[in-house]
Design a protein around this ligand. Structure first.
Ligand code: HEC
Ligand code: HEC
Length: 329
């Protein structure tokens, strides 16, 4: 499906988060054929537009249509499963939560699981997340939705602020429910992700990973480095870290060719449609204005292979490789 999108996206190191997300989420249409750096935003537009209609009818399931913006204390329906689980937090606006739930299904579930306990695509358990637990009004969760954890493998989801707030409210509401049941989320048992066949995982590794990684070398103790299997799985899916340019250890490089045989290369610092900046080997920085394809810019991202693979694994591959990797200690 995303073949043409993919080949264009592959020419930039940036549309990739959107790309893998598009693959993860399956059939989200690419809004335009242009896979420039702005792709994450355009790619994510349709669900934003699509959600309000589904959200609206949910506003007043019981008929008592309180204006949604009012802080709910006075109007809280004493319904079981309502989201005011008695935690320290203010009750959530039910309409916002409902909308957030829809958005969660579209944008988060593939990675974090339907029940928020993590999913095969590597998202951690949000019920045990300190961030989700501490979030009061989106101040911790929305920056993550907007890309703050790209370095750790969560792409910028490309939701607008209101939608990100709604998802945050939904996440809080679920976490709040758990808390209300008196079960400290920190003690919830993590879903066991080590359910695969380690032997098959090893074969898969030999075929797809060994050209870049050595199980007796750098990976000899990878299961010690990431001792929580869920984390190990998230890391191998994401390639350990991201292409976020300001991420520590970023190794994305760029070559800028201004004229035949006039090429400068270095670490990529910034790129947009109008400007590319790089870090030269001598420690200086240099920037070039961009106009279409002039100068010619070629980005090399060492984690390209990881993102390309992301759309190729099936569940069994993922489980088997994880089962194999946890034996490397
Ligand atoms: C492509 C997979 C992917 C998608 C889609 C995704 N996430 Fe994540 N998310 C991750 C990964 C991987 C991490 C772990 C990052 C880290 O280790 O800091 C993460 C971390 C988080 C965290 C921080 C957890 C913590 O305690 O550190 C929150 C909160 C979160 N995601 C919320 C969301 C929400 C809300 C959405 C949807 C709007 C979403 N994520 C979509 C992969 C994903
Ligand atoms: C084309 C080369 C290539 C292939 C193929 C490849 N990787 Fe990677 N992988 C990388 C690079 C580059 C990194 C980032 C290393 C760094 O940050 O220094 C990485 C990072 C990782 C990490 C994180 C390591 C750490 O110490 O945090 C894991 C785990 C991983 N890969 C597992 C896999 C698995 C499993 C496969 C096969 C399914 C695979 N890789 C295939 C190039 C590759």
């Amino acid at each position: 499906m995303p073949a043409s999108f993919r080949s264009k996206a592959a020419t930039t190191g940036f549309a990739l988060a959107a790309l893998s997300l598009a693959c993860v989420l399956g059939n989200r249409p690419a809004a335009s054929g242009q896979a420039t750096q702005t792709a994450p935003m355009t790619g994510a537009t349709p669900p934003n537009k699509a959600t309000p209609p589904t959200a609206t009818p949910q506003v007043a399931p019981g008929g008592a249509s309180a204006p949604q913006a009012t802080p709910a204390t006075a109007t809280t329906p004493p319904r079981p499963g309502a989201f005011n689980a008695g935690a320290a937090r203010a009750p959530e606006d039910p309409a916002q939560v409902e909308r957030g739930k829809t958005l969660y299904g579209l944008s988060c579930q593939a990675c974090h699981g339907q029940d928020l306990r993590g999913g095969d695509m590597g998202g951690p358990n949000l019920l045990r997340s300190q961030v989700a637990l501490s979030d009061q009004h989106g101040e911790l969760i929305t920056p993550i939705i907007h890309g703050a954890r790209q370095a750790q493998g969560m792409p910028n989801i490309g939701l607008n602020d209101a939608d990100a707030q709604a998802v945050a409210a939904y996440v809080r509401s679920v976490v709040g429910t758990i808390k209300g049941q008196g079960m400290p989320p920190g003690e919830l048992k993590a879903l066991n992700v080590v359910v695969g066949d380690a032997h098959r995982g090893q074969t898969y590794f030999d075929q797809h990973c060994e050209r870049c990684h050595s199980p007796s070398g750098e990976f000899a103790h990878i299961a010690d480095k990431y001792s929580e299997p869920k984390t190990l799985q998230a890391r191998w899916l994401a390639g350990g870290r991201s292409t976020a340019l300001d991420a520590p250890g970023n190794k994305t490089t760029v070559s800028v060719t201004t004229a035949p045989s006039q090429t400068v290369s270095g670490g990529l610092l910034h790129i947009d449609d109008f400007l590319v900046s790089l870090h030269l080997p001598d420690g200086t920085e240099q920037s070039f204005k961009r106009r279409g394809n002039v100068p010619e810019v070629v980005i090399h991202d060492p984690l390209q292979a990881h993102r390309d693979m992301l759309s190729k694994y099936n569940d069994k591959d993922i489980h088997d490789v994880t089962a194999y990797l946890v034996t490397l200690k």
